[in-house]
Design a protein around this ligand. Structure first.
Ligand code: HGY
Ligand code: MN
Ligand code: MN
Length: 416
């Protein structure tokens, strides 16, 4: 006798079609997406998601950080909902699946349960967290961070983009600031489906990553100050070249990360050069060093060595240097019961799987502070992400969403 829900399967083609429809909004220049948070494209993507959720009979909640909550009723209105979700915002040169697969995979669960008229004791809520990427408004996972009580809403509202616009103003401008108090919602559990964004699952030939942990992240913004001067008429001994100082510091960042091989990583993806003129020696550079490791002591060592080495380099070059911590979270251990639900689902469905530590940060890393949380991962081609060429197969998307479905219904408890 099959257990309740044992034979549940999603409609992989419908999920794929929704992914492709969402990908049409905020297109990139090379086949991916540029749907950055709180832009008009983000607003358009939100509206499309809302229309799909309403067509699936959901009620939509919206909080003061613009987090969206599409609820499918359970049989027990007093039971805390099981949440699933991720983010719809993308990098400037983002892929079609980073975040989106987790939101639309959640919607596919609701569509499937509706098709089969399956009822669950706990309500199920599909979530879109605002500004997971942290590319326009640092830090990453900003709104799930407010939801989990890590950041205050005022601090988040005051964050500015490169043009000086604030998060709060832009959220109001696109019309997606809700009334709900952020974090007032209590969760029975939270599950996030996400592409791996790394090479392990594909290399190991596994369909599913059972994510037991997430590595920690540290973002240190470094400001190096020298002196603007003419690139042609300023003799080399007289130069105070902030750009050269940054280059030497970034060499050290790479060396520090390698010194903690094989798990630690380090680089700078954000770099602003001033005045950024072809014939002016840079008088100031501002860049963000991104260190990550599954081990908190390693992250702290890398942060400390960055400061010591950067100070040494700048002292030698008569440059000033300043540091500001602009983002970070400790390594995460996900909830064992939720992780087992993911593993049981993969086994029941016959998908190959392996335990995995998430290399990237996710909203689940903060939600894990306030609710039992776990993640499901699927492979991506060549492990490539944060690149418009990001690609997955329909089969991988289907496998991930089916494991998500079974983990969620196991937790939300099928009735009848
Ligand atoms: O930075 C991260 O790991 C995530 O993609 N925002
Ligand atoms: Mn993501
Ligand atoms: Mn991302």
């Amino acid at each position: 006798m099959a257990a309740p829900g044992e034979n549940l399967r999603i409609d992989g083609q419908r999920l794929w079609d929704s992914l492709m429809d969402m990908a049409k909004i905020g297109p990139g220049v090379a086949g991916g997406n540029n749907r950055q948070t709180l832009t008009d494209a983000d607003a358009e993507g939100r509206a499309l998601f809302q229309s799909w959720c309403e067509a699936a009979g959901c009620t939509m909640g919206l909080d003061q950080m613009g987090n969206m909550f599409a609820e499918r009723a359970g049989t027990d209105p007093d039971a805390l909902p099981v949440y699933v979700g991720s983010h719809l915002d993308t990098q400037p040169t983002g892929g079609k699946y980073d975040g989106v697969l987790g939101v639309l995979g959640g919607l596919e669960i609701l569509r499937t349960l509706n098709d089969l008229d399956v009822k669950t004791k706990h309500p199920i809520v599909v979530t879109n967290f605002t500004n997971e990427e942290g590319t326009r408004f640092a830090p990453a996972m900003l709104s799930s961070g407010v939801f989990a009580g890590i950041h205050t809403q005022d601090w988040a509202y005051a964050k500015t983009d490169a043009g000086g616009k604030t998060f709060g103003d832009e959220l109001a401008r696109i019309g997606w600031r809700g009334d709900e108090e952020v974090g007032a919602r209590k969760m029975h559990a939270f599950f996030e489906l996400h592409i791996e964004q790394g090479p392990i699952l594909e290399a190991e030939g596994k369909d599913i990553g059972v994510v037991t942990h997430g590595q920690g992240l540290s973002w240190t913004q470094v400001t190096v100050t020298g002196k603007d001067a003419h690139t042609g008429s300023t003799p080399m001994p007289m130069r105070r070249n902030a750009g050269l100082g940054m280059a030497r510091i970034l060499e050290k960042v790479d060396e520090i990360a390698w010194s903690h091989a094989p798990h630690a990583v380090g680089a700078a993806g954000h770099i602003d050069v001033y005045p950024n003129s072809r014939n002016v020696i840079p008088g100031k550079v501002v860049f963000t060093v991104d260190f990550r490791s599954p081990d908190l002591a390693v992250i702290e060592d890398m942060e400390a060595r960055l400061k010591v080495e950067a100070q040494k380099i700048c002292d030698d070059m008569e440059l000033e240097v300043a540091f500001e911590k602009v983002g970070g979270f400790d390594p995460v251990a996900f909830d064992e019961t939720c992780v087992s639900a993911v593993r049981n689902a993969a086994e029941r469905l016959g998908y190959s799987h392996m335990n995995l530590i998430s290399g990237a940060g996710h909203d689940a890393c903060w939600v894990n502070r306030v609710a039992p949380t776990a993640m499901v991962m699927c492979p991506c081609v060549d492990g490539l992400s944060h690149n418009e060429a990001e690609e997955i197969s329909k089969e991988w998307a289907t496998a991930g969403a089916e494991v998500l479905l079974h983990a969620v219904v196991e937790t939300a408890q099928i009735v009848g």
